[in-house]
Design a protein around this ligand. Structure first.
Ligand code: ZN
Ligand code: ZN
Length: 366
């Protein structure tokens, strides 16, 4: 049953609240609210604890909440009552002695208002409680991410086949997004990066009017979002012009590093060790200083979720995590190569969810 998976997540959270000795948690991060209830709208908080769980929303969402999470008690405030005032009223009635709040999402102004509303209540800021639960995906979440991967890959196949020299980065980004939607995506998982030649040296380049024929290669970093909010995240470099030995050399180093990183993924492996497996390949090739970011991140309802691959990462991999592996080499004035795939941690190792070809020969399209 669809609703049961949300109930299961709430039970898990309530167990950890009990362990922490708090009576309730005020969930103010809308993505966390979605994760715990299935409600996909905004502007709503979830008050959750062993005594009661209530979704604090407003009349715009009455029908939607009835459809998406009929198993949850909802309080619909009128539009004359601000959400913190409505929350304060509920808390004065429920009288928890210790309330946890999400310190990564509650603003200072909201915190002050909440304190004013609930005077004697002890408020403890907590960080990453729901986010930690979100790191481990259940079977329905994994199915959604697979769907997001499929839509991204089908969309990319279309743009790969239709790239022409006079096409600009902006046009390519638009076409890519358009074709992902044709294959069922609600939207792009994030604004696609399309970066020709030297512009690919910027890991987060914004698409511009620069055209494909300006240089010999182009970097795409893109993903799709499913109807239930799950995302994919891939990067490929396509060779659109002549093949330079420099490009081929750098490409092969990045690919080798990426494959080493992926190979290191298994339950119990540490995030810093996976990072090192890949990074050492790039360092040995002499490009250590040209790889300035972490190796990867978790994906899910957000494009960057808990779980990190970086030199300092304390992440310990567990089955059900879905992580990107995306080493890169960036040379100012020349360009950059990054290759990114999405990897599921399984009970006995890992599964690569993405399947866009990535051998150098397969990157050459002209
Ligand atoms: Zn990416
Ligand atoms: Zn990424």
């Amino acid at each position: 049953m669809k609703l049961e998976r949300f109930a299961k997540r709430r039970r898990k959270l309530i167990r950890s609240l009990k362990q922490l000795g708090v009576d309730a948690l005020l969930v103010t991060d809308f993505t966390n609210v979605t994760y715990l209830t299935g409600f996909s709208g905004d502007d709503s908080f979830l008050l959750i604890g062993p005594q009661q769980t209530v979704l604090i929303s407003d009349s715009r969402y009455t029908i939607q909440i009835g459809e998406e999470c009929p198993d949850i008690d909802a309080h619909f405030r009128s539009n004359r009552v601000p959400i913190m005032e409505a929350t304060g009223k509920l808390l004065r009635k429920a009288k928890p002695s210790k309330l946890a709040v999400e310190s990564d999402s509650l603003t200072v102004a909201e915190f002050e208002e909440l304190s004013k509303q609930t005077k004697s209540l002890e408020i403890v800021p907590l960080s990453g409680l729901v986010e930690t639960l979100r790191e481990i995906k259940d079977s329905t979440e994994i199915a959604s991410i697979r769907e997001a991967v499929r839509m991204a890959e089908q969309g990319f196949a279309v743009i790969r086949a239709s790239l022409v020299g006079r096409m600009s980065e902006l046009e390519a980004a638009h076409e890519l997004e358009h074709s992902m939607r044709k294959f069922g995506a609600t939207r792009a998982g994030f604004d696609p990066i399309v970066a020709v030649g030297a512009r690919a040296a910027l890991p987060h380049a914004h698409p511009s009017k620069v055209t494909m024929e300006t240089d010999d290669f182009v970097l795409f970093d893109w993903g799709a979002e499913t109807a239930d909010g799950y995302r994919s995240d891939l990067t490929r470099v396509l060779v659109t012009g002549k093949i330079s030995t420099k490009l081929e050399k750098i490409y092969r180093v990045v690919l080798k590093a990426q494959l080493r990183g992926i190979k290191a993924i298994r339950p119990g492996a540490k995030g810093c060790d996976v990072d090192k497996a890949a990074r050492s390949v790039i360092e040995k090739a002499g490009y250590g200083k040209r790889f300035g970011h972490g190796l990867g991140h978790g994906i899910g309802l957000k494009i960057h979720e808990g779980g990190r691959f970086s030199p300092t990462s304390e992440t310990v991999l567990k089955p059900g995590m879905v992580m990107t592996v995306e080493p890169g080499i960036y040379i100012p004035g020349w360009g950059g190569v990054r290759i990114e795939d999405d990897i599921l941690v399984t009970h006995d190792g890992h599964e690569v969810l993405t399947s866009v070809p990535k051998e150098f020969e397969q990157a050459v399209i002209r």
